[in-house]
Design a protein around this ligand. Structure first.
Ligand SMILES: [Zn+2]
Length: 370
């Protein structure tokens, strides 16, 4: 029987989702990429322990005007939703920072939504299993930076290339590397105004400045000062894992984020699934030697060690930039026919210095043969 007009109107009014009547307006996150968090009160079971999670958030990110789910944050019950919201906001911001740098080069960013399970059980810590990130004993007391590191660590295991076979602190290096790389990127996005501080859960820029001063900058500086340390990269302990972080953070800074993924083409055959730290050094030097054209970013007025393959390398620069070899070296840097060219008999790390106003100078380098 058709409803009378007033009855139909009453139904429309009561059946429409409205704030305060079971419908909660999605939470928006303004980061490098816009995101939307929506509560989901549906039962789900995690794939490792088959535990039930009754509540959570869908985390969707903008992709050319369409909102696409990238994460689902699961919690045992609706009382735990504030934890899921903070984790979801953080991962949405992290995803935006990663997408800005990797674009579509990282297929894992867009391959499938990642399920995040905030579990009451286990010891405080985390784990990655396929496209699942576990955070154990989530109500345990953690500082903001510990939350940020934990989430960045597990997403690093999922998203980033990594060496494996370490004896300590764990077998894969891409978790610790993820903490360092992602928190470094988010610090830069906060400093650059691409993430507003009020959007950021867990940490503020000062926390990330402090973290980067201890965990990121010294590792990059090691290679800038001395070149890559093959002895340290061959180690299978924490020092070896730090050397791996060091090499990749340096590559990202000098050759850009795409270098982290492009160098994987140069891993020794068959090593892709279980490459060691030292394999990444040979992948890096091959990548730098064999790429026809690369862009190189050098912080001005500081000596930076740069790996140069044997032979001739042409270097294009803007008129205002100067480039020199910083100390006595068997390599030569000379301008002929208006083109700057570096020549070295052997492949080696060469100390270069770019002088000028504070900031970063960008050069295009082209291999010109032997
Ligand atoms: Zn780990």
């Amino acid at each position: 029987m058709p409803l009378s007009a007033p009855a139909a109107l009453a139904c429309i009014l009561t059946c429409l989702p409205r704030p305060g009547y079971g419908y909660v307006k999605p939470d928006t996150v303004h980061g490098v990429v816009e995101a939307r968090l929506t509560i989901e009160e549906t039962s789900a079971h995690d794939p490792r322990f088959d535990a039930e999670y009754k509540s959570g958030y869908a985390v969707e990110l903008d992709e050319h005007g369409l909102m696409v789910r990238r994460f689902t944050i699961h919690v045992p019950d609706s009382a735990s939703l504030p934890y899921a919201k903070r984790a979801g906001r953080f991962l949405a911001l992290l995803w935006g920072s990663a997408s800005r740098r990797f674009g579509t080069l990282s297929t894992m960013l867009r391959k499938t939504p990642v399920d995040v399970w905030l579990s009451r059980s286990g010891e405080a810590g985390g784990e990655q299993y396929r496209n699942n990130l576990y955070i154990y004993d989530f109500p345990a007391e953690r500082t903001g930076i510990e939350w940020a590191r934990e989430l960045a660590h597990e997403y690093g295991h999922y998203l980033l290339p990594g060496a494996s076979g370490y004896m300590s602190p764990e077998s894969w290096a891409n978790g610790v590397f993820g903490e360092r790389l992602f928190l470094h990127w988010m610090r830069d996005d906060l400093a650059g105004g691409r993430i507003r501080s009020e959007e950021m859960p867990f940490v503020q820029q000062a926390d990330l400045d402090d973290y980067c001063a201890k965990q990121v900058t010294p590792l990059i500086d090691r290679i800038k000062t001395s070149g890559a340390d093959s002895t340290a990269l061959a180690r299978l302990d924490k020092k070896g894992m730090d050397a791996f972080s060091s090499l990749l953070l340096y590559a990202e800074e000098v050759y850009g984020p795409a270098s982290l993924l492009n160098m994987l083409d140069y891993l020794p055959p068959g090593a892709a699934a279980g490459a060691k730290g030292i394999d990444f050094l040979s992948a890096f030097t091959s990548y730098v030697s064999k790429s026809e054209t690369l862009t190189m970013n050098i912080e001005r007025n500081n000596t930076t060690m740069i790996y140069m393959p044997a032979g001739l390398t042409k270097i294009e620069k803007s008129a205002s930039d100067n480039l020199a070899i910083a100390s006595t070296s068997s390599a030569t840097l000379a301008t002929s026919n208006g083109v700057l060219a570096l020549r070295t008999k052997e492949s080696r790390w060469i100390p270069l210095i770019s002088t000028g106003a504070k900031g970063t100078a960008t050069f295009t380098i082209k291999r010109a043969g032997s």
